[in-house]
Write a protein that binds this ligand. Structure first.
Ligand code: ZN
Length: 455
């Protein structure tokens, strides 16, 4: 009995000694990934992972071009002694390194090799197990070509524009992008049609509060972040915001606040009329603007309309596009907001026609706008009809120009029966006056989009 026990004990000790002295464990397993398919001016992040059951002690990443190598990152772990099997070992090590002209001096176009080396813990009489992996990445530092082909690139503050341009092949690869950047808004480009895929156009809006035309630029960027931009606007018509003063009355707030609170889940009651009003006029207004921006991202890829947009028939303009409104209550300034649309008044409960052909993408109660219909006309262009008393269409429905969408009313933030109307590009409110003008549509939109007959 004792003999057997002694044998087991000795065998166990011998096994442990052999393990400590000679068994270095398996070599670390490496995983290398990059967020872009190569290295360009935009930079690429490489994520490297090494894992080993007996622990990883070193992970090193270098970038090599020809004879030159640059250390991009290194992690060294303190390994516990080989017999201290109870001590914590770092079994997985992760390292993110940035590959760009900033981290790799004298980076040249061509090829770059990412060299990854990891060492495992090792045993007492055997060195550590080392794993190596090389990943080749193309390096490109020149942007795709970009040239503007449309003439008369004139645009107004708060207005809309179309620009036609040509891009180099690399701008058409997956992960590349092109379009117009106007302040913080980006308007993606589309194929012009015809046989030349390099011919592109963008429909863009100029934010109503952007007064510096150099902030409107055509942009092309390949999938490695190499970007070219052109300031293409030849003439810019500044249209400073109008200013207006609104004197709030308790009677007006008592009319609009309870309805909006009751019909807007998520808008909490603050227990005070003025506070509720200010939350609706401020926070809810911005939430509604964000929803319109989201709708704009899902616009149809092709134009659904073909001619001038309709204005509400027989209507009077009560308020035109882009007013900066200062609100007073009890003689004190309490708020300031920008009003972005036309307020059109007709007879009460007047039928509201679709301004042009499109698809209904919203038909519901919509915060400050009350009962609202939004039509998608394609390529980011939409029109919005609000404060309606009734809605006669449903989401997803296709409507022709002139189709009755509903009737005017005073739901939402409205003091009396009127239609709040605006056009939107990718959710940015733009002045509808241009879209009501047949000459403007012909010269600034349709004339530019015509594909030459020879193609
Ligand atoms: Zn309005």
């Amino acid at each position: 009995m004792f003999k057997l026990l002694r044998f087991v004990l000795v065998a166990g000790m011998l096994g442990f000694a052999l393990y400590v002295l000679f068994w270095p464990g398996a070599a670390p397993v490496l995983q290398v990934g990059t967020d872009r398919p190569g290295v360009g001016r935009g930079g690429t992040t490489a994520t490297v992972r090494a894992s080993a059951s007996r622990g990883v002690t070193t992970l090193r990443v270098e970038a090599a071009q020809g004879e030159r190598a640059v250390l991009l990152g290194e992690r060294v772990m303190k390994a516990p002694a080989p017999w201290a099997f109870w001590r914590g070992r770092v079994r997985e090590v992760k390292l993110d390194v940035e590959l760009s002209p900033a981290t790799i001096p004298e980076l040249a176009e061509g090829n770059l090799t990412l060299r990854v080396t990891a060492e495992g813990a090792g045993a007492l009489l055997r060195g550590p197990r080392v794993s190596k992996e090389n990943v080749d990445l193309p390096v490109r530092l020149t942007p795709p070509t970009l040239g503007v082909t449309s003439r008369q690139n004139y645009v107004a503050q708060g207005g809309s524009g179309v620009v036609v341009y040509r891009v180099g092949d690399r701008a058409l690869e997956e992960g590349a992008r092109d379009g117009v950047q106007a302040g913080s808004w980006f308007f993606p480009g589309h194929a012009l049609g015809g046989s030349d895929p390099a011919a592109r156009f963008a429909l863009y809006g100029v934010p109503y509060d952007l007064s510096e035309p150099s902030e409107i630029r055509l942009v092309v960027e390949d999938n490695l972040g190499n970007a070219a931009t052109i300031a293409f606007v030849e003439r810019f018509f500044a249209r400073p915001l109008e200013t207006d003063t609104i004197r709030l009355s308790a009677a007006f707030m008592e009319k609009v606040v309870p309805e909006i609170l009751a019909r807007t889940p998520g808008q909490s009651d603050r227990g005070d009329l003025l506070e509720n009003y200010l939350a609706i006029n401020g926070e809810l207004r911005s939430r509604n603007a964000e929803s319109l921006r989201e709708l704009g991202r899902a616009s149809r890829e092709t134009f659904l309309w073909s001619d001038t947009f309709l204005q509400l028939p027989g209507s009077q303009v009560m308020s035109s596009f882009a007013d900066r409104r200062t609100y007073f209550f009890d003689g004190k300034k309490v708020d300031q907001q920008d009003h972005l649309g036309f307020d059109l008044a007709s007879v009460s409960s007047a039928p509201v026609p679709a301004a042009n052909r499109g698809v209904v993408v919203m038909a519901r109660y919509f915060g400050i706008y009350g009962n609202t219909v939004v039509l998608d006309h394609g390529v980011g262009l939409m029109s919005l009809y609000s404060h309606l008393s009734t809605i006669d269409v449903t989401e997803g429905q296709e409507v022709d120009k002139g189709h009755t969408l509903g009737r005017t009313g005073e739901t939402g933030l409205a003091g009396g029966d009127h239609l709040h109307f605006t056009t939107l590009i990718r959710g940015l409110a733009v002045n509808p006056i241009e879209w009501w003008d047949p000459a403007w549509i012909r010269d600034r939109v349709l004339g530019k989009l015509a594909v030459p007959a020879s193609e």
